[in-house]
Design a protein around this ligand. Structure first.
Ligand SMILES: C[C@H](N)C(=O)N[C@@H](CCC(=O)O)C(=O)O
Ligand SMILES: [Mg+2]
Length: 362
């Protein structure tokens, strides 16, 4: 199975409601789709979102990285040369992890087709059903309480609450949500870098004292401020999960060895795909650090790939793969089945994509 062409397309899927974090507000998933064609007629699909505020990757840069740097080094290569191809992608251009992730995902899709097996089974086969949380956007406390009730009514048992914007409101936000949904539902919070280290410690201690029962705090401080992250980790009992501070396996190793965080959020768009994500899983496993699998605003193509990784690896104990359920429609036939909180992997070869509607090919 030899690569004959790599095509680029675009999908645009409106969100059910605007997605708001401390970093940005988004109304639609506007992602790049990669289609890798082979001489056997098999095709592999990948996806990349232009999450400039987190990864630095823009639509133009993703397209340019693939078309001008990665594509020419992959045409003519055999899918069975997985290891070599992953090194080639990495050497083709520095950074540009979302572009690399899209290509990596499409190659894994083909790898599974080559060996007639779903990726989660090839990588470990730990489980085929996983349960995701859902994100509650940062808004005023009353609106967040209403959104939380709606999520609970739809069956979600874990809510990921966005905070870190107009930080004076953060305590009130969680108070309003707890009053609305009670204490049977797990709450994890994500500040998306919105707090200063000492401010974070103060807010988290208050949340502890009030007894909000927070499962963990995700990325309380600026991505680059590893000392600040460690300060927060050392001064609160609420576990700290590193998101924007961890892209590469080396980042994960550093955070774990310096004990700057208690947990790691793996996202394929930060690691550059499954190949490096597997390395983070191995590092985390060696140190007994549990991981979350997360996503950006992504549709079912790349989130299916992330779900397969979660299906393969037991060190991934927390799931934040709500991208597809935040979307108003699903243009993808095949892939994992996303039914609100329940994600079911299929046993189709690769990731099992059949078709993608409404792609605008370049
Ligand atoms: C969508 C997911 N639940 C999430 O919150 N992901 C990111 C932010 C993604 C984005 O801005 O596109 C996160 O910070 O965890
Ligand atoms: Mg996050």
């Amino acid at each position: 199975m030899k690569i004959t062409d790599i095509k680029i397309g675009f999908i645009s899927v409106p969100l059910k409601t605007p997605f708001k974090t401390a970093l940005r507000t988004v109304e639609a998933v506007n992602d790049i789709i990669v289609k890798i064609e082979t001489d056997t007629g098999h095709v592999g699909y990948g996806e990349a979102p232009p999450t400039g505020v987190i990864t630095g990757d823009t639509t133009g840069a993703i397209v340019g990285a693939i078309e001008d740097h990665i594509k020419k080094n992959l045409i003519g290569r055999e899918i069975e040369e997985m290891e070599e191809m992953m090194k080639v992608i990495d050497r083709s251009i520095v950074k540009n992890n979302s572009a690399k992730a899209a290509v990596d995902i499409a190659i894994y899709d083909l790898y599974g087709q080559l060996y007639h097996a779903p990726i989660y089974k090839l990588l470990g086969g730990y489980r085929k059903e996983i349960t995701t949380d859902i994100t509650i956007s940062v808004n005023d406390p009353e609106e967040m309480a209403r959104d939380s009730i709606d999520a609970v009514n739809r069956g979600y048992k874990t809510l990921k609450i966005k905070v870190g914007k107009n930080t004076a409101l953060d305590i009130q936000r969680i108070k309003a949500i707890r009053e609305a949904i009670g204490y049977d539902i797990d709450i994890r919070i994500d500040a998306n870098q919105g707090w200063k280290p000492k401010e974070a410690i103060q807010i988290l201690r208050k949340m502890e004292d009030i007894g909000f029962n927070i499962e963990f705090i995700e990325q309380p401080v600026a991505a680059h401020d590893i000392e600040g992250l460690k300060l927060v980790t050392d001064h609160t009992n609420i576990p700290v999960l590193a998101d924007e501070s961890v892209f590469s396996p080396k980042d994960a190793m550093h955070i774990i060895q310096t004990r700057a965080a208690d947990l790691i959020n793996i996202k394929l768009m930060k690691t550059g795909g499954i190949y490096n994500a597997l390395k983070i899983c191995s590092i985390a496993e060696m140190y007994g650090i549990e991981c979350m699998i997360g996503c950006m605003l992504e549709s079912k193509v790349s989130v299916t790939a992330a779900a397969h990784l979660a299906g393969a690896k037991s060190i991934i104990t927390k799931i934040d793969l709500d991208g597809p359920v935040l979307c108003k429609e699903d243009p993808i036939t095949g892939g994992a089945i996303f039914d609100e909180y329940k994600i079911t992997l299929t046993d189709e070869p690769g990731f099992g994509f059949k078709n993608i509607d409404k792609i605008k090919w370049k």
